[in-house]
Structure formats: C-alpha cells, structure tokens
Design a binder for this molecule. Structure first.
Ligand SMILES: CC(C)(COP(=O)(O)OP(=O)(O)OC[C@H]1O[C@@H](n2cnc3c(N)ncnc32)[C@H](O)[C@@H]1OP(=O)(O)O)[C@@H](O)C(=O)NCCC(=O)NCCS
Length: 317
C-alpha cells in the first residue's frame, strides 16, 4: 500500500512478519515494545481475550521506518490506539493521518465499532496529537482520569473554605472512625453493604487492598453511626507517600460531598501523624464526574503533581 509522497504502508500482522517490526521499536513507548518484538498475533473477533490482540500499521520511507500506529482490540467492540508516532524529520507530510486511517480500516474489518485512545497532560507533543485527532474526525479529548499528589497539610489551608460544608454534614449525621478499630458489628455492616448491591464492582473492597491499609489514615465513614463507606490509604514506602487507593460512600451521600469529606479527614490525620509535608495522592476516573470536577477545580491548586488522562474516540463505520 502506498501512502503520502511515496511512503509505503503495511498492515500487521502480515506474512513473514517474524522480526520485521523490531526496527519500529523506537516509534512506540518502551512498555509496548514487547508487542512488536514478541506478541503481535492479530485482530480477534469481539469478545476474545485481550492479551496479544493487537494490530498495527507501519509506514516506510525507502528503507527508513517512518511511522507506526499500534492498536489493541478490547472488549465490547472497542479497540484502543496504544500509540502513534512519526519520525521527527517526516512529520507534517500526512503520514500520521494515513496511519490513523489504516488502523481505523483494520478495526472496522475486524468488527470493532469504536476506536479510542488516552493521552496524558505530561505527554510532550499534546498539541500535535490533539490536532491530528481533530483532523481525523475523533472526538475532542475529554478528561477521563485525574491523579493529584500534594502535601497532606493542604487540609489546613482548605479547612476555612470548606467549614460551612463540614458543619452541614455534621448536622446531617457525618462521622468517621479508624478502619483499624472496626468492630464485628462494623464488619457485618460492611458485608451487608456489599451484599445489598450498593457497591459497584470496580469499588468492591479487595483483600489485597485491606492488607495494605494504613492504620493511621484509613477510615470507616458513617451516617448516624451506620457504616456507609470507607477511605483506604496505603503507605507507599518507595515514594514515601500515602496513596488513597479506595474510597466509597453510598450513592445518595455522594452528592452531599461525603467522599471528599472522608478524604479530607484522612489527609488531615495523615498530616498529623506523618507531618504536613508528607505527600497524599488520590485519583478518580470518569463515572465519578462530580469528584473529577472537584479535584480539577478545587484541589488541583494545592497539588505539587497533577496527572490527567484524556480520552478521545472515533466511531467506525
Ligand atoms: C502526532 C503525530 C503522530 C502527527 O504525525 P504527522 O505525520 O506529523 O501528522 P500529519 O502530517 O498526518 O498531520 C495531519 C494533520 O494533523 C494536524 N497536525 C499534525 N501535527 C500538527 C502540529 N504539530 N501542529 C498543528 N497541527 C498538526 C494538522 O491538521 C495536519 O494537517 P496539515 O499538515 O494539513 O495541517 C506526530 O507529531 C508525532 O509522532 N508526535 C510525537 C508522538 C506523539 O505524541 N504521539 C501521540 C501519542 S501516542
């Protein structure tokens, strides 16, 4: 297949592919290189296992690897663009657009109905990538996940602004206790909460999380004394921070800011126990739009590190 200005495009998997993609390794992220070197086994019908379900389009200019778009087929008819890159000296010649067209055609042929991708705010070439996606008819990037890291002492600065909310929550029956102090009755209530179907699958407490729960900061959240949620913080010794890996409140209380109250209280305990400079890290993703907005608008100013993941997509066919 010929692409723009004599560039040769190849769809992968292809015959005689063994070793053929090694030369393109520099045109994707290190974490995806094993796919090129070992595991490119081709598109599978929808519903097959994810592992190895990758396909790609490459661009050659003469003998030179000029570009690569790499896709992984996912579930429910969706395929994820893992990376797209064009050799710096060959950019703005239409190769990126041709690669995207190529993978969209392959995805459609394999029965996928949607292509999507993520990019991070820390990616070097965001404007070029966003412009390419726009030009290729993808949706505008939308915030899909946000992770903030900052000194736990941000709680001191924020308290005066949130005091009125906290007073209202206290009047409405908010309280918390340390996770480590939970009684048998609390455990029974937690089990009942899970059995009642009120806890979404992705938020279900897992044993591996609990075995890492830091006893100084992990909390049970209560409404008039009854268990209605939790905040689990894990001490990450490598980064020397507390990573808040799980938070839950029952749906009616989310609109009343109970999750953010719980996080606030956990971080305030962290500041007291580990010191105000000790880093707190939390993240949330779509499905919880209110929390994401709150993090982006209200908490981000206190963060020393901000990691945002944006999602774009294109419907195929
Ligand atoms: C993003 C990238 C793949 C674009 O490849 P490319 O071959 O230069 O893109 P194209 O030439 O096909 O551009 C098509 C259109 O996208 C838009 N576009 C691409 N790069 C742009 C830039 N730097 N600034 C503004 N618009 C740009 C333009 O509308 C362009 O059309 P035009 O040249 O007629 O104006 C390339 O810049 C790249 O490899 N960047 C580094 C890797 C990266 O960030 N990948 C994305 C995450 S995996």
């Amino acid at each position: 297949m010929t692409g723009p200005a004599g560039v040769r495009l190849t769809h992968w998997p292809a015959p005689d592919m063994a070793g053929a993609l090694a030369g393109f390794a520099a045109l994707t992220y290190p974490r995806y290189r094993p796919v090129l070197l070992e595991n490119l086994i081709g598109p599978q019908p929808t519903g097959t296992p994810i592992a190895g379900n990758c396909f790609a389009v490459t661009a050659h200019a003469g003998d030179m690897p000029a570009g690569l778009a790499l896709v992984e087929g996912m579930w429910e008819g969706e395929a994820r663009l893992l990376s797209i890159m064009v050799a710096p000296s060959l950019r703005r010649h239409g190769i990126g657009l041709a690669l995207l067209d190529g993978v969209a055609g392959m995805a459609g042929d394999a029965g996928f109905t949607r292509l999507y991708c993520f990019h991070n705010n820390r990616m070097r070439d965001v404007p070029a990538f966003a412009a390419l996606l726009r030009r290729a008819g993808w949706s505008a990037p939308a915030l899909a996940e946000i992770r903030l890291t900052g000194p736990a002492g941000f709680t001191n600065a924020i308290r005066p602004h949130w005091q009125a909310l906290f007073d209202r929550q206290d009047r409405d029956g908010y309280s918390h206790s340390l996770w480590a102090d939970r009684t048998q009755a609390d455990r029974d209530e937690l089990a009942a909460l899970h059995e009642s179907g009120q806890v979404e699958e992705r938020l279900t407490l897992q044993d591996w999380m609990l075995s890492h729960a830091d006893p100084e900061v992990s909390l049970l959240l209560r409404h008039h004394g009854r268990v209605v949620g939790w905040i689990i913080g894990e001490r990450n010794r490598q980064l020397d921070c507390i990573h808040y890996t799980s938070g839950f409140t029952i749906a009616p209380l989310r609109r009343c800011g109970w999750m953010i109250r719980g996080l606030y209280e956990a971080a305030a305990l962290q500041a007291r126990h580990y010191g105000p400079d000790h880093p707190a890290r939390f993240e949330t993703f779509n499905g919880n739009d209110g929390m994401m907005r709150l993090m982006a608008e209200r908490l981000a100013p206190y963060a020393s590190e901000q990691d945002c993941r944006f999602r774009s997509e294109r419907v195929i066919g």
